[in-house]
Ligand binder design. Sequence first.
Ligand code: KG4
Ligand code: ZN
Length: 359
Amino acid sequence: MNQSLTFLGIESSCDDTAAAVVRWSDAGAEVLSSVVEGQAALHAPFGGVVPEIAARAHAERLDHAVEAALAQAGVPLAGLDGIAVTAGPGLIGGLLSGQMLARGLSAATGVPLISVNHLAGHALTPRLTDGIGFPYLMLLVSGGHCQFLAVEGPDQFRRLGSTIDDAPGEAFDKIAKLLALPQPGGPHVEREAALGDPKRFAFPRPLLDRPGCDLSFSGLKTAVLRARDEVIAQNGGLTVQDRRDLCAGFQAAVADVLAEKTRRALAAFPAPVLAVAGGVAANVVLRERLQVAAAQAGARFLAPPLRLCTDNGAMIAWAGIERHRAALPPEGGMAARSRWPLDESAAPLIGHGRRGAKA
Ligand code: KG4
Ligand code: ZN
């Protein structure tokens, strides 16, 4: 008998209002539609995501995103087998907006509601895009998160290491700010770095001297700030080349640290696949380094298309399908959780990244 499941996914945990329809069948998984309405322009004047503005924008836009996702997929509400919605981690106001809508749709149609963990959505994406089996190693590198996860089942995640302070995307954004580059800073820093000398400034490689897979990026940011100020004090300002060299030195340090920690994570958990997710995975230099680290460990390197690596509704729909297929109970109930580690048994992190950070 042919089996098929069609799920709507709703995502509103940070500053992307997203909805998508995903279908799984014996033939594989298919993203029928994926609508992402970003809010970057609303938050730009404030230099970061403002939770109240985000919550209001989600409340205003979610209806439209869901309607558009269903229309593009050509699936009526009654044709859905499930509605999956992010219950955390993230900003409470946005999470509640998504949950209220999902609950209303479920109550009106009788379609089952499944609350899912946003990080599970990221972590399970390689199964949606490439149909890989368990286990695999996931490196999540975004504006709000940095962690190595041993993924052993739809509900089995073991955190092997994570940042103890800033996320790498956050560090890229802060470096861009220090050097008067536009936000989000990652792509701009990468572009400048390509024209710079990565050896001119000797920046630290934080936590490489300690065993394990934990990471830290805040000291690196301070080192770049100091180097910038020294150059300004000596020369009265920054030249174009100074800026390029600072970017190159910073990016080389991030890449070194992530490559080495990836090697250690693969040694601790020799998985057949290393998969990445998150906006920082767009960085070409970093990708190349991770690819080499994976190859050295005999692992396949997998980077899903960027639109499914960054926040989106398809990963939430997929996480719902995974839970449904595995007959796992719906997570989280109606509670929105601002903090929600995938691996509840892992030690709490010392730092949690910026307020209003994306997951
Ligand atoms: O995954 P994402 O879109 O949002 C979340 O944080 O969930 O990631 C955004 C982050 C930003 O901090 C941005 O600066 C960073 O990803 N980023 C990059 C690059 N493109 C985006 N960082 C380094 N190099 C890039 N090419
Ligand atoms: Zn995310």
